[in-house]
Design a protein around this ligand. Sequence first.
Ligand code: SF4
Length: 426
Amino acid sequence: MIRVQAVAPDSLGAALELVPGTELLSINGRPLEDFLDWEFLTADEQFVLQVRLPSGQEVEYDVERPEGMPMGVMLEPPRIRRCANHCDFCFVDGNPQGLRQALYIRDDDYRLSFRYGNFATLTNLKPWDLARIVEYRLSPLYVSVHATDPVVRRWLLRNPEAPDVIPQLRWFAERGITFHTQVVLVPGVNDGPQLMRTLTDLYGLGDAVLSVSVVPVALTEFSKHALVRQPTREECRAALAIVDDFAARALADRGLPWCYGADDLYLQADVPLPPAEWYGDFEQRENGVGAVRYLQTRIQAAQIEPGSWRGKRIGIVTGTAMGPLLPQVVTDLEALTGAHFEILALENTLFGPSVTTAGLLPGKAVLTALKTRADLDLALLSAESVNDDLLFMDDMEAHDLAAQLPMPVKLSYDFADALVGEEVAA
Ligand code: SF4
């Protein structure tokens, strides 16, 4: 059962007089479990919708959907599928105590994989889910493979029940489903020959595997360091050599690299990033693959008026990972805008210094870094540091933070958006 949260005016939902709190029971007699059922089954021009109004009255509508008319129904958030694994490197174990409850949820949800590109392991699928993925063509899915040797994968996931991933992916591939995949690299476990085997097996699935990324395991101060460690520079270099071999083979066979190292893998290996063209459509940039090059292409393509920020001092707040990479980006920005940019690469005071991404910076660290910087005309913060409610990881709210700072601040995904757009927090 799913429930209406809001209804847009001038929509079919409003015409049917659906109101918040209405339970959406079935379409054409088929029970509705979640947003996927709702979206796919209401795509038809005609259907019978059964609902229960907040008063308790059940109503059946014969719906004829005029072409182009939106349903306009926003649903209450879905109940997230919980993860069946217990990875030693799980980000949830790496959280300190006292964060908001949502940050302790281990989700592993193929629906969010399809919708938002979240990686899922597919270890918690029921027969009904398999049928649904195929029926609704939930493709591409983003799959955490880690290793294709079933013993190694079960060990990494700490799940003795995890299905053998290659037959599982093949079953889907035969039914037209495609995948972006990732390998979180855990030194001594799935690197070296295991990484070669994994890439070989994934490559053998042909066009169904659209890409594979190799991402070095990320740990915080609170992670299970007795059980898992981060790779050394040499281990990252060795992994990159394997990635490069497969990329060269894929380029020759298929015309695209297919196998990508995450930016962090290059950074930890102390090896220069490939050029922007390497990453094609940057399909795994949300996973930190090609993120820096993507940023540069966005800046180059931006409609920033040349010289529009001349003489201004602008602070860019980021995590320590981007600190060494940003100067190349900032050079382009300075040439374009005429402003002087200062990179503030902050250590993460919440998770510890090993967490280097800007997206996990706490508001308090930003406040400490900026509160005495009246010399700055503007500060740019990573939009990925806050959630939809504008909360940082430590629950500080972006407007509250901005109110305590001596300069205006803007949330930005790629700098270019902030330098042409409106202030979102001030
Ligand atoms: S798959 Fe592993 S890392 Fe992901 S939520 Fe589950 S336990 Fe955590």
